[in-house]
Design a protein around this ligand. Structure first.
Ligand code: EPU
Length: 425
């Protein structure tokens, strides 16, 4: 298992290119199931989760070709679902990546049946998929849970009015994909407004879908008989961009996050400005400059356009070395404070009271050996390690590899001392 070894204390300086967004690429890959024609997808980040999704889709019979990597290190993939022969998402893959459930809606809509392993528990919360199931049932699907699998059937899905009980990103995406091929019009109320949902909708529209309102909390989908192939470029990863901005806020220095889209990062940019980061929004990215200790900020996670739960651990690392005390309230997942114990090992002063972390900033963190517990927790620990005095070793860095594209190389490009250490098994 690989770990990161970070020698902290250096400011960051230079340019970092932001990769394609993981959470947009994953549903867009699944959209290939909705047509028998080729779907060409550019700017796909070479991540572990993308590899898992490719394996899942290939196992179902999709043809997947990888074009030579473009100069920016992102992949262009061509997927064609004209010989699907296995309508199943097996437990082995779903348990390693919950986003596998995104094949459910498209499979059911195009082929009239699907067998998808029910995701189990997860490090950050229970994360049930009841809203996905309820929405598909409203569209006429017959669904039962059988031996740990979601077993779904439908002759042809029918348009329906669906109001989800809570805002769910992949739930909205699953239902939107399913509705594209349904008979009649579907309206999803309380829909997720995340830019990744909009990116998926734009890809579906390029494939011939009739969708309006994506990016708002009411999405209307007029079903069509069939979709066709398309050529689509995945949006930049706003969470990766936000992570680098938090890193420079904590470490000091000046970076240019090339390709970052400030218009999709409002809440993160607001909080970082409040903590003292000087941000210049440009058409082709974001320039961020930090000097001196950050100021503590209060943060409450919320669905978009609120502060993203996927940025919570990273802003906590900034607060850990900030001037003052900051409150971090997690409202989306019930168990997303696993990084707190590890940050304490670096000297952070953090108390947890229910869903609130009270972070009392300290002048200096000190390097230690810590353990990554999930993807964004790992990113928070990397930021803490970059600013800590001495050496920080972060074990189980495979969590980070699920969703960050060659993070150590990018950080080294900014002058940080980060190495990947391969421990013998
Ligand atoms: N929920 C239910 N029932 C459902 C669906 C969701 O109770 O049927 C609850 C969840 O348990 C959670 C809340 O609703 O408490 C919101 O969950 P959501 O469904 O929005 O999360 P998700 O779609 O499973 C996506 C991202 C996550 C990100 C969340 C929230 C992808 C592939 N994943 O997950 O990304 O944290 O939205 O923004 O898009 C990450 O990248 O590290 C990551 C975890």
């Amino acid at each position: 298992m690989d770990r990161f070894q970070i020698e902290g204390g250096l400011p960051l300086k230079g340019q970092v290119r932001i990769s394609g967004a993981k959470n947009a690429a994953l549903p867009i890959l699944c959209a290939a199931l909705l047509t028998d024609e080729p779907l060409v997808i550019h700017n796909v980040p070479p991540l572990r989760d993308v590899g898992t999704m490719r394996r899942l889709l290939a196992g179902m019979g999709l043809r997947i070709e990888v074009d030579a990597q473009a100069s920016d290190g992102q992949d262009s993939l061509t997927l064609q679902a004209n010989a699907v022969n296995k309508l199943e998402a097996p437990y082995e893959l779903v348990k390693t990546m919950r986003a596998s459930v995104l094949v459910l809606g498209p499979m059911l809509a195009r082929f009239g049946q699907a067998l998808v392993s029910l995701p189990g528990g997860c490090a950050i919360g229970q994360r049930p998929v009841d809203q996905h199931i309820r929405g598909l049932q409203a569209m006429g699907a017959q669904i039962e849970i059988d031996h740990g699998f979601i077993k779904a059937k439908a002759s042809r899905l029918k348009g329906a009015r669906i109001t989800t009980d809570m805002v769910t990103v992949t739930g909205t995406e699953n239902l939107m994909m399913a509705a594209c091929l349904a008979d009649g019009t579907t309206v999803i109320d309380n829909a997720a407004c995340e830019p990744e949902v909009l990116d998926l909708a734009n890809c579906l529209i390029a494939m011939g879908a009739k969708i309006s309102g994506a990016g708002t909390d009411r999405i209307t989908i007029e079903g069509v008989e069939r979709l066709h192939g398309a050529d689509y470029t995945v949006m930049p990863d706003r969470i990766e961009a936000g992570t680098f901005l938090c890193a420079v806020m904590a470490s000091g220095g000046e970076i240019f996050a090339q390709g970052a889209r400030p218009d999709q990062m409002g809440a993160t940019l607001d909080k970082l400005r409040e903590s003292g980061l000087q941000i210049t929004e440009q058409a082709d990215g974001i320039v961020a400059r930090a000097s001196g200790r950050p100021k503590s900020v209060n943060v409450r996670t919320a669905p978009y356009p609120g502060f993203a739960t996927d940025m919570q651990a990273q802003i906590m690392a900034v607060n850990a070395i900030a001037n003052g005390t900051g409150l971090v309230v997690e409202t989306i997942f019930e168990n997303r404070f696993m990084h707190v114990q590890e940050m304490r090992r670096l000297g952070a002063q953090i108390d947890i009271d229910g869903h609130t972390a009270v972070v009392k900033g300290v002048a200096q963190l000190t390097g230690a050996r810590v353990m990554a517990t999930d993807l964004r927790a790992s990113a928070g620990l990397v930021i803490a390690g970059l600013v800590a005095d001495g050496v920080t070793d972060i074990d189980r860095i495979y969590h980070l590899d699920r969703g960050y594209d060659r993070m150590e190389e990018k950080l080294r490009g900014l002058g940080a001392r980060v190495t990947r250490v391969k421990d013998s098994p």
